[in-house]
Design a protein around this ligand. Structure first.
Ligand code: ZN
Length: 659
C-alpha cells in the first residue's frame, strides 16, 4: 500500500528554528543539557580510560592499533551522543561543537566498508586479521547500530548541510536493503532493538527516494515471515498483534518505526493495530511514573498455550497489571521508546492523549533517568528503593559480555556517571536535546501546542499566515500558562492542549472572561491575531491521590500522589531518621500542600503534610499482627524525577492507605 508522501500525517513538527525552550522549566533543562550533559558525555566518550566510544572508531579507521572493547552496541550509543550534539549545534551554533562533529563525521565515514556495513567490532577484527562473520549473532546489534547511524546521518545533513554522513546513511541503508533482499533470514534474526525502521523512513523523508520507503515495508515482510519469539515481538506477524509482550525497548522502537511507516503509507489496518497496542500499554502495563517494561526477567506466558513456545524475556512487559516496585526494571531507553512511539501516534492522529503520555513519561521517567546535575544516569527506574535486599539487583552492564565487576559495586544503587552498558545516557541526551521539536506542531488547521514549560514558537500557514508565540509560565510547578503573540499575520488558529488531568481548566484571550475548556482536548482559538495578544490557560493543580487497578496486586491498598503532571515519592531524607520506608502511609484524609524547596541546589515544589508511620513489621516472613500505635509525623514528598539526588536512602512512590 502506498500513497502520497506523508499523506497520513496530521501534524508536522516544527524545526529547531521555529521551536525552542527559551525560559522556564524546559529552558532550564535545555541549558543543563547543553552546558553539562552533552559536553561531559563527549569528555567521557573520547577518553579511552573511561569509554571506548571514540577509540573503537579510531582503531577501525586504522588511526590506532588495538582491539575492540566495550559492548557491541557501543557504536549505536556513540551515534546517539552525536545526534544530541547535532541538535545542540542546530540551536547554539557553537564553534567547538561544529569542529568536533565535523572531525567525528570524517572519522565515521572513513571506517565504513564499501558495501555500507559499519560495525567496529567486525571492522577491527578484520583489520587484526581475525576471521569474523557479520550478522552471526543477533546480540552483536548490527542493525541497531546501523539504524542509529542512518538517523544521525540524516540529522547531520539537515543541520549542517554536509552530505558526508547522509552518504554514509545511504550506503548503510543500501547494506540493509541487500540483506533484506538476499539474506532475509540473517536480517530477521539480527533485527533486535530495531532502530532501523525509524531510520530508513527518516532517510526517505530527507531524500524523497521511494527506495527507502519500500525498504521499510520489506523489513516488515521479512519480520512477518520469520518465526521468532515474544522477546523480539516476532512470534506473531505485526498486523496480528493484539497485546504488547516482550523486551520493552524492542517493542517501543518497533512500534515507533511502524507508526512512521503508517505516516507514509496510510496503512489503516496497521494504524489500528498500533493504536490498540499503545492503549494496551497505557491501560495495563505503564508504571504510574511512565516507566515501561516492569520486569527484569519475564516471559511470554500467555503468548502460547504450549510451554515449549514460552520464551524468556529480559526487561519485559509482563502480564496486564503486573507492576512491581523495588524490582521494576523500566529501562530509561524503554521509557524514551515510549516517547518516540507516542509522538508518532500524535503526529498521525492529532489526539491529545498521546501528548499527555509524552509529557507524563518525559517529566516523570525520562527526567528521573538523569541526575539533577545532568551528568549521572540510571539504567533501571524502580518505584521503590529499599536497603538490605537479600539478593543483588543486576546492573546495566551485568551480562555474560560484561560480567559483574570484582569486587561487585556497592549497594548504593544511585545514578552513575558512566555505565558500561551505555545505551541510556546518550539516548537521554538526544531526547532532551531534541525535546523542543515536541513542544508544538502545525496542521492544516493551525498551530498545536503540546507541551508547556517556557517555549518560543513560530508557525506558518496558508496565504502567508504567520503566528509566533512566547510562553511565560512556571509550569509544571504552577498551572498558569501565558502565551503572548510576538508576530502575527492572518488568523492562524491556535490549539492548546488541556491535559487529561486538568479538570476545571479555563482559557482566556486578553481581558475576556475565561471559558471552561474540557480536559483531554485541544482548546482552539481563532481570530485576526495582533502582536501583544495574550492567551492565558489556567490548569488547576490540586494534589491528587491515585489508586491502582483492582487487578494490580502490587498496588493493592496503596496510593500515590500526583500534582499536575508530576508524580511524587517519599524519600528517607524527608523522614525521621531510621524510618523504614515501608512504614510510611497516607491517611484517607491526607492534606498535602505544595511548597517551594531545593534539592541539590535545584528548585522544586515539594508536598508537605502529615503522614502516618505504621508499626515496624519485623523480620519474620509471617507473624502475628503486633499491637502498636500509628504515629503521625510531618513529612515531605518530592517529585519522582528528583529522587536519589541526596545520597543512598530509601524511596517509595506507592504508600499504604490508612483509613
Ligand atoms: Zn538503555
Amino acid at each position: 500500500m502506498s500513497g502520497e508522501r506523508g499523506s497520513a500525517v496530521r501534524l508536522r513538527a516544527l524545526t529547531g528554528a521555529d521551536a525552542a525552550w527559551e525560559s522556564g522549566f524546559w529552558g532550564g533543562i535545555r541549558r543543563r543539557t547543553h552546558e553539562r550533559t552533552v559536553p561531559e558525555m563527549w569528555d567521557m566518550l573520547r577518553d579511552p580510560a573511561v569509554s571506548p566510544g571514540l577509540t573503537n572508531f579510531r582503531i577501525a579507521a586504522g588511526w590506532e592499533a588495538g582491539e575492540h572493547t566495550g559492548p557491541p552496541f557501543m557504536d549505536g550509543d556513540f551515534y546517539k551522543w552525536l545526534e544530541a550534539a547535532i541538535a545542540q549545534l542546530e540551536t547554539t551554533r557553537e564553534p567547538w561543537l561544529a569542529d568536533v562533529i565535523a572531525e567525528v563525521a570524517q572519522l565515521i565515514a572513513s571506517t565504513q566498508r564499501a558495501d555500507g556495513y559499519l560495525h567496529t567490532p567486525t571492522l577491527i577484527a578484520t583489520r587484526n586479521r581475525v576471521d569474523v562473520t557479520a550478522l552471526a549473532d543477533r546480540f552483536h546489534f548490527e542493525t541497531y547500530n546501523l539504524g542509529h547511524l542512518i538517523t544521525m546521518g540524516v540529522r547531520h545533513h539537515a543541520v549542517t548541510g554536509s552530505d558526508i554522513l547522509l552518504d554514509v546513511a545511504r550506503r548503510a541503508a543500501g547494506f540493509l536493503e541487500d540483506l533484506a533482499t538476499n539474506k532475509p533470514l540473517e536480517l530477521a534474526r539480527s533485527a533486535i532493538c530495531p532502530s532501523h525502521y525509524m531510520a530508513v523512513i527518516e532517510l526517505y523523508r530527507a531524500t524523497h527516494d521511494e527506495r527507502w520507503l519500500r525498504l521499510a515495508e520489506t523489513f516488515v515482510r521479512v519480520r512477518d515471515d520469520f518465526s521468532g519469539g515474544d522477546d523480539n515481538q516476532d512470534r506473531v506477524p505485526v498486523r496480528e498483534q493484539t497485546t504488547v509482550a516482550g523486551h520493552a525497548v524492542r517493542a517501543n522502537y518497533l512500534y515507533a518505526g511502524l507508526a512512521d511507516l503508517v505516516a507514509e503509507t496510510g496503512d489503516e489496518r496497521l494504524r489500528a493495530v498500533l493504536e490498540n497496542l499503545w492503549t494496551d500499554v497505557v491501560s495495563t502495563k505503564l508504571a504510574v511514573t511512565g516507566g515501561c517494561g516492569a520486569l527484569y526477567d519475564g516471559a511470554s506466558p500467555d503468548g502460547s498455550p504450549w510451554q515449549e513456545q514460552i520464551s524468556r524475556v529480559h526487561q519485559a512487559y509482563g502480564r496486564a497489571y503486573q507492576l512491581p516496585h523495588t524490582t521494576a526494571h523500566n529501562e530509561s531507553c524503554a521509557n524514551i521508546g515510549m516517547v518516540l512511539w507516542s509522538e508518532r501516534m500524535l503526529a498521525l492522529t492529532g489526539e491529545p492523549r498521546y501528548a499527555d503520555v509524552i509529557e507524563h513519561v518525559m517529566l516523570n521517567s525520562v527526567l528521573a533517568g538523569v541526575g539533577l546535575d545532568g551528568t549521572d544516569y540510571f539504567y533501571t527506574n524502580p518505584l521503590r528503593q529499599v536497603r538490605d535486599l537479600p539478593y543483588p539487583l543486576r546492573r546495566a552492564g551485568d551480562t555474560a559480555l560484561h560480567p559483574v565487576p570484582d569486587p561487585p559495586p556497592s549497594d548504593a544503587r544511585l545514578r552513575e556517571r558512566y555505565l558500561s552498558c551505555f545505551c541510556c545516557p546518550p539516548n537521554t541526551a538526544r531526547t532532551l536535546a531534541r525535546f523542543h521539536e515536541r513542544a508544538a506542531s502545525v496542521a492544516a488547521d493551525g498551530l498545536y501546542v503540546h507541551q508547556y514549560g517556557g517555549s518560543r514558537l513560530r508557525a506558518t500557514g496558508p496565504e502567508d499566515a504567520v503566528l509566533a508565540l512566547r510562553e511565560q509560565s512556571d509550569y509544571p510547578w504552577n498551572g498558569t500558562i501565558r502565551f503572548e503573540v510576538t508576530e502575527a499575520r492572518g488568523s492562524l488558529p491556535v490549539h492548546l492542549r488541556v491535559p487529561g488531568w486538568a479538570v476545571g481548566a479555563t482559557l482566556a484571550v486578553g481581558d475576556e472572561d475565561p471559558d471552561a475548556v474540557p480536559p483531554g482536548t485541544y482548546a482552539r482559538r481563532e481570530r485576526a491575531w495582533r502582536v501583544g495578544d495574550v492567551l492565558t490557560l489556567e490548569l488547576p493543580m490540586p494534589v491528587r491521590i491515585l489508586r491502582g487497578h483492582r487487578l494490580a496486586e502490587e498496588l493493592a491498598n496503596q496510593v500515590a500522589a500526583q500534582r499536575g503532571p508530576l508524580v511524587y515519592c517519599v524519600e528517607s531524607a524527608d523522614l525521621p531518621a531510621g524510618t523504614p520506608i515501608e512504614s510510611v502511609a497516607l491517611g484517607r484524609d491526607v492534606d498535602l500542600a505544595p511548597v517551594d524547596t531545593e534539592i541539590a541546589g535545584q528548585r522544586v515544589v515539594a508536598l508537605t503534610g502529615n503522614v502516618r508511620l505504621l508499626p515496624a513489621s519485623g523480620d519474620d516472613l509471617y507473624a502475628d499482627l503486633a499491637e502498636g500505635a500509628i504515629e503521625t509525623v510531618s513529612a515531605r514528598l518530592v517529585p519522582y524525577f528528583a529522587w536519589a539526588n541526596r545520597g543512598p536512602g530509601e524511596m517509595s512512590v506507592w504508600m499504604p492507605l490508612v483509613w
